[in-house]
Design a protein around this ligand. Structure first.
Ligand code: ADP
Ligand code: ZN
Length: 777
């Protein structure tokens, strides 16, 4: 790198530059990069603007983080190179957001450049600008995209081949349009309409001159902005809603730094509280951001927000095309709309004058990002709101133990909605002991017990609807060869292959492995294979054959990527389905009057997870899915099948006793020193070579144990141990769990590790630091 220095100020200046800036680039670099600012740019260089800088022999887009008239002491002047140029004169990140991002990077000990890239995908992913394309787009994102895909025709405008970018044009509109195209390359007419008032005449004029070309292409619709939604009339609030809205509105109006926990049973009208609180912020000219789990972000739900806010709403979701995302980003950035809703990354919404952040279903584990920058959307919402000095509202029917604990300690103000808004009663819950009644009822199918079959029959007879929840998709979760005496495993992962019968395939649910299923063992050819367990596909089959007259539907990721989740749910809403079978996708948010029966096929599956939050997850899932039953005039009933009917968490769920569950759980956590009583960080290592991985883990262990806080037993180190899933995509995996009652000692140990990280990441070993981990697999 140093050999390139001499050309340094060749073009621009001979004397010492008058300004220096610190730049973050989208690379996993942990050191600061300092550049000299050429004289002509000094006026425009401010935190948040994008610049092109040299890094080694690459040119990268970076963000100015800070500027100063002084060069840093620790970098020799001769080694400081000038930045190449500015991408725009305005900061991409509002100051408030930029400072928050810096803190987020620090909290998670993650390279700042990568944090910025996570926060500004719309900006970074524009064509030709991202030299380090993220390599893992994430399976979930793709399936969501497919789930809502419908197409419409869109016209794209771009400069004609060989047109001189310096062409002089008559008329402001034309030159403005030309400048946009020269800078961006290609832009859709829809987006141009957002940037220029009535761009059509200018487009026609330039087209007539042969300067631009137009091309019509089919593009997928944004599912959330299809047909216009009529404005709704807000309902009169219930007394409990009124109290909650008043408390939050007060804090918004006075710009108070306050955290609220909105604890409301399913169907208690939390959404109406969010709507009012957001409207209150918007009325003050301030922005509100609402985050919710991606899976809950359905067109149905978004319509409720559109009906209230119309065009004053931006929806940030993973199905957006890049230029749509960019358009949303700009709308918010310019303060053209005040309300943003979206999944976890909405915590980075570049809103102007932030006034309020809300997190719906705050307990949901999907708020935690599980790769790259491993942030927790809810925790970051709290941090951002706190730093901005504005209120943060966390809402849930089943708050996380951490959140409820904070409310009990008085750190969050507790707002309760104890009853359903529609006056519907909570559903009755029946626990079916599979040991006693047997897993096979009158139909002979596994996991359709007698009480469940009777309940289904009664529901069908009343012409009402049922939802059956089972946490596994596919036909049979495991296929066993009696001759080899093993279950068929994925060749790249240490998990069993799942049989998908309709597709006649064996699939790994953790990687892309997919092999045709020829009804024979891959190893020995034996054809007497045993299918073990039940997945949603098998359950659907069992219902079709047991209830011939009934219309059965299925909703899981397999279906969602084909026919579309919304279509299945529409059918249920219209009454074209009698029974819907599905995975977690059926548990969230749906509000359908005729659904009166909910069946939980196997409550034991989540309880068995090797995770200290398994009990909590079970309680949450059971409460959520039970909350789908009997939301309106028809009373609801829930049947939970289990092999452990005496498990305390089932009894708490049966009586809708959140407080009881919380008391049980919090004392167990206190005993074990788990959150909220201890701070955790996981170190996750993986490598293609198992022996190398073990050597690296041993070295890391030595380093950790040599740190003062570990020596003094302030920080406990558990591990290294193989991860519960020992091999994933041909990489072996090990982990450490670090635990401490206070955060600072834990951070000291992690900082020490970060300083030596390079020594561990050789030989294709990867190390991820996961602060406040959620996924323990
Ligand atoms: P939650 O988000 O707490 O699960 P929702 O906001 O979906 O609950 O509300 C459940 C149902 O109650 C919805 O159909 C909603 O329209 C209705 N609802 C909410 N608030 C009121 C109210 N104040 N008066 C009448 N109906 C209401
Ligand atoms: Zn696999």
């Amino acid at each position: 790198m140093s050999t390139r220095q001499p050309e340094l100020f060749a073009s621009d200046a001979v004397e010492v530059p008058s300004m220096f800036c610190e730049v973050a680039v989208p690379l996993p670099l942990r050191q600061r990069l300092t550049y000299a600012v050429p004289a002509g740019m000094v006026r425009h260089v401010q935190p948040g603007v994008r610049v092109i800088v040299p890094v080694g022999n690459q040119r990268l887009v970076g963000y100015v983080m800070a500027s100063s008239p002084h060069a840093p002491d620790d970098v020799p002047l001769a080694r400081i190179r000038p930045l190449f140029h500015l991408l725009e004169a305005e900061p991409v990140f509002p100051d408030e957001l930029l400072r928050f991002l810096r803190e987020a990077a620090d909290y998670y000990l993650h390279p700042l450049g990568e944090v910025l890239r996570t926060a500004a995908p719309a900006v970074e992913r524009r064509k030709g600008e991202d030299p380090t394309k993220p390599d893992r787009p994430g399976a979930k994102k793709q399936s969501l995209k497919a789930r809502w895909t419908r197409v419409h025709e869109e016209v794209y405008v771009r400069l004609g081949d060989g047109v001189d970018r310096a062409t002089k044009l008559r008329g402001d509109k034309q030159s403005e349009l030309f400048a946009i195209l020269a800078a961006r390359g290609e832009v859709s007419i829809t987006e141009l309409k957002q940037q220029l008032k009535n761009p059509r005449p200018a487009i026609d004029a330039l087209h007539g001159k042969g300067l631009i070309t137009l091309e019509a292409r089919e593009v997928p619709d944004d599912p959330f902005f299809g047909a216009p939604v009529p404005r709704d009339t807000p309902p009169a609030l219930t007394p409990a809603q009124t109290d909650a809205v008043e408390a939050i509105t007060q804090a918004v109006t006075h710009g108070e730094r306050a955290n609220f926990l909105l604890h409301g049973v399913t169907g208690s009208g939390k959404t109406e509280v969010y709507l009012r609180a957001m409207a209150a912020a918007a009325a003050k000219g301030r922005s509100a951001v609402l985050m919710l789990p991606e899976i809950a972000l359905t067109p149905q739900l978004v319509a409720r927000y559109r009906a209230r806010f119309g065009d004053n709403l931006a929806v940030l979701h993973s199905g957006l095309k890049d230029d749509e995302r960019h358009a949303m980003w700009r709308k918010l950035h310019r303060g053209e709309c005040h309300v943003a809703i979206g999944a976890r990354s909405a915590v980075f919404a570049p809103v102007k004058d932030l006034g309020l952040i809300l997190v719906d279903e705050e307990h949901d584990p999907s708020f935690k990002q599980d790769d790259h920058f491993r942030y927790h959307g809810r925790d970051m919402a709290l941090l951002r709101a706190h730093r901005a000095g504005v209120p943060c509202v966390l809402g849930s029917a089943t708050p996380s133990v951490e959140t409820y604990h904070a409310a009990m300690e008085g750190r969050y103000r507790l707002l309760s909605l104890p009853d359903r808004a529609t006056n519907a009663a909570m559903p009755s819950i029946e626990i079916v002991d599979l040991k006693r009644v047997g897993p096979r009822g009158p139909t002979g199918h596994e996991l359709l017990s007698l009480p469940l079959v009777r309940a289904l029959e009664a529901t069908l007879k009343r012409k009402e609807q049922a939802i059956l929840f089972l946490n596994r998709r596919g036909f049979a979760p495991s296929v066993r060869c009696p001759r080899c005496a093993v279950s068929l495993e994925c060749p790249s992962c240490s998990v069993t292959l799942v049989l998908h019968r309709r597709a006649s395939a064996l699939r790994c649910h953790y990687c892309d492995f997919n092999a045709p299923f020829a009804n024979a063992c891959i190893t020995c050819g034996c054809t007497e294979l045993t299918l073990i367990g039940v997945g949603t596909e098998k359950l659907e089959h069992a219902l079709v054959s047991s209830f011939p007259g009934a219309r059965i539907g299925r909703l899981d990721r397999d279906v969602a990527s084909g026919m579309g989740a919304e279509e299945v749910l529409d059918k249920l809403r219209r009454g074209d389905l009698d029974v819907l079978v599905g995975t977690q996708m059926v548990t969230k948010g749906h509000d359908i009057a005729r659904v009166t029966l909910v069946g939980v096929i196997a409550a034991d599956a989540t309880l068995a997870f090797p995770d200290f939050r398994a009990t909590e997850r079970t309680f949450q899932l059971l409460s959520q899915v039970a909350g789908r039953a009997g939301r309106r005039e028809f009373p609801g009933h829930v049947v939970i099948q289990t092999w452990q009917p005496e498990h305390p968490v089932l009894l708490r769920a049966k009586t809708h006793d959140y407080e009881g569950f919380y008391r049980d759980e919090v004392s167990a956590r206190a005993e074990l020193g788990y959150p909220p009583f201890g701070r955790l960080a996981a170190l996750k290592l993986d490598a293609p070579d198992e022996a190398q991985l073990q050597r690296t883990a041993a070295q890391m262990d030595e380093l950790l144990r040599a740190t003062a806080d570990v020596k003094s037993h302030t920080v406990k180190v558990l591990g290294p141990a193989p991860s519960p899933i020992e091999k994933l995509r041909n990489r072996y995996r090990m982990q450490f769990l670090l635990r401490c009652t206070e955060r600072p000692p834990l951070r000291r140990v992690l900082h020490h590790l970060v300083e030596h990280l390079d020594t561990f990441t050789q030989h294709d070993v990867r190390v991820a630091i996961d602060v406040d981990p959620v996924n323990m697999l």
